[in-house]
Design a protein around this ligand. Structure first.
Ligand code: TXA
Ligand code: MG
Length: 550
């Protein structure tokens, strides 16, 4: 069969597109439709023959029920009975949107559609063209995700094409799916309502409307051979890459530290954007910013497909916390991993320190050391690596040419001349540093055995090291104080001292990028250290409290 391609672009031809696509559904054909979550593989949900074809095209087990897509809540009564008031309250607030409600079905809905169940999942997708097609067809559209069974859900028409070309009548190309993970499924036939699958609508929002919501066990753990999850689909492994997958939980800093110490050189890693450059030999797939769960949801299936054509021997994935969309993202990753999870919470507290010259960073570091901390001096790590680290030296030589002297020492002046004259060259050097220094910093911190660790780095935030820390402290002082301090410390002129201060990042940069600011305007070192000690104790106390919620 040739698969017809419908491209949603110009509004002129939209009516025609809707008409032709609806006609495919009316005559019992298969049509891939875009929704805000993932692409669906649609057919007339009341037509048993058409529904049978969906199962065939996907290779889907017959006991795995389909959900019905409708254009608005007024259609609920046609296919469901005893519809509770909550269903309408949810519809009013969240439809069209990524929410599927399980309700009692009427006889008109074939058992073939519901996998033999007397309930049916109902959903109103947030995609205007798809709703127009369904309304025009005049039938509820049964649509599972448009992937081949066992593959990740499709979030672009190209993915659908990959899995379904030649097997279905048409694909409506609506571009990228906005949400990227499937709808949240709530069972309203039980009390209290039960979350069967976390998805594009956060559990917290459901609770705002429903009050108590139970969470089905299949959401958080692997179902045993003989167990029957309430959403039959939750028992199937979503995607099984050839290499074993381990999902790493904990704060982003903890899981990144864990990956840096555990992922092998040939591994595949799924990491938040902030850490993507720290894995130079691994196959990396960036999931999205560590605090940007909608980006992570958007990329999670892509990330899982990304290793299809690679030879990675193991896959590691950083997992977001379970708030908001995090529950759904973590669930999809864990399902791909067969719920193989490593907990990266290590009981360690890692605090990064930065600040310009003369700001008094040393007092803060001494205060932390007094509390028993191990301090990693990243500037020293960097220079030692320049002298000794084979891989880093090789990359520098490949990028910058003859910056090593015949006896193998780095000619720092030569390297300096190359990079400081040219922003592009400097960016290249930064990239090399980022690929090596964080890993070595973490290695040293972990090898120390200390539970409290200070990371001292002038370029803490620029080098990516800050993202590995549980807190980042910028030590700041007024310009006059700094100028005065470095004049006395280094015996230099006021003009030169001022120029040095001004050449560095300004206060606004540190305030914008660091989690904490310590203003060190104290006259004596003792005073500064005492104040820093009290300040750091408070941070450590807060971190200990927060971590319990991860
Ligand atoms: O976002 C979505 O929900 C996408 C788009 C296309 O709408 N659809 C989707 O369908 O993810 P599917 O078939 O891939 O997943 C539906 C899940 C399955 O796990 C299935 O077992 C469960 O819903 N389900 C369907 N009907 C059910 C019912 N009556 N009772 C319990 N679970 C049901
Ligand atoms: Mg599916």
């Amino acid at each position: 069969m040739t698969t017809q391609w419908f491209h949603i672009t110009d509004s002129e031809r939209q009516r025609e597109l809707v008409e032709d696509a609806a006609e495919i559904l009316r005559r019992g054909g298969l049509l891939a439709i875009p929704t805000e979550t993932v692409y669906g593989l649609g057919a007339d949900g009341l037509n048993e023959e058409a529904v049978r074809h969906i199962f065939e095209a996907k290779g889907r087990p017959q006991d795995n029920p389909l959900i019905l897509h409708i254009p608005d809540a007024s259609w609920l009564e046609r296919y469901c009975m005893d519809v509770p008031n909550e269903a309408y309250r949810l519809a009013e607030r969240f439809w069209p949107g990524p929410l599927t409600m399980i309700l009692k079905k009427r006889d008109i809905v074939p058992l073939r559609t519901t996998g033999g169940l007397d309930t049916v999942g109902m959903r109103c997708p947030d995609h205007a063209v798809t709703r127009a097609i369904i309304a025009r067809a005049g039938v509820p559209v049964a649509a599972p995700s448009a992937n081949t069974s066992g593959r990740p859900s499709c979030t672009t028409a190209a993915h659908v094409h990959e899995d379904m070309d030649g097997k279905i009548d048409g694909i409506v190309d609506g571009g990228d799916c906005r949400v990227g993970v499937e709808s949240t499924i709530i069972d309203l036939t039980v009390t209290p309502p039960r979350l069967l699958r976390p998805g594009g609508l956060p559990l917290e929002e459901l609770r705002e409307v429903l009050g108590e919501v139970a969470v089905d066990q299949a959401v958080t753990r692997q179902m045993g051979e003989n167990e029957k999850p309430r959403a039959p689909g939750m028992k199937y492994r979503h995607y099984a890459p050839k290499a074993p997958v381990t999902v790493v939980t904990g704060t982003p800093g903890q899981s990144a530290r864990y990956l840096l110490s555990h992922a092998g050189e040939q591994a595949g890693v799924i990491v938040f954007d902030e850490f993507a450059q720290m894995f130079p030999t691994q196959v990396v797939h960036a999931l999205g910013g560590k605090d940007d769960k909608s980006a992570q949801a958007h990329h999670v299936f892509d990330a899982l497909r990304a290793f299809d054509h690679t030879n990675v021997t193991e896959i590691w994935a950083q997992c977001p916390d379970s708030k908001g969309l995090g529950l759904a993202i973590g669930n999809r990753l864990k399902k791909a991993a067969g719920f193989h999870v490593a907990d990266a919470r290590d009981g360690k507290t890692v605090i990064g320190f930065t600040g310009g010259t003369g700001a008094g960073k040393t007092s803060a570091l001494l205060a932390l050391q007094e509390m028993g901390a191990y301090i990693v001096d990243c500037d020293a790590v960097y220079h030692e690596m320049l002298a000794q680290d084979g891989a880093m030296r090789r990359e520098i030589a490949e990028t910058f040419g003859d910056v090593f002297t015949p006896d193998g020492a780095l000619d720092r002046q030569k390297l300096g001349e190359r990079v400081f004259a040219d922003a592009q060259q400097l960016a290249r050097l930064d990239r090399i540093v980022r690929a090596h220094v964080p890993r070595e910093t973490v290695r040293r911190a972990m090898a120390s055995g200390a539970d409290l660790i200070g990371v001292d780095a002038i370029k803490l935030m620029e080098s990516g090291l800050g993202a590995l820390c549980d807190a980042t402290v910028a030590v700041l002082a007024p310009e006059e104080t700094r100028v005065h301090r470095i004049m006395t410390r280094d015996g230099i002129s006021e003009e030169y001292a001022r120029a040095r201060v001004r050449a560095q990042q300004d206060e606004a940069f540190f305030r914008a990028h660091c989690s904490h600011v310590f203003v060190n305007d104290y006259q004596s070192l003792d005073e500064a250290q005492a104040a820093a000690g009290a300040f750091l104790k408070e941070i450590i106390k807060q971190l200990k409290e927060d971590k319990q919620h991860v």
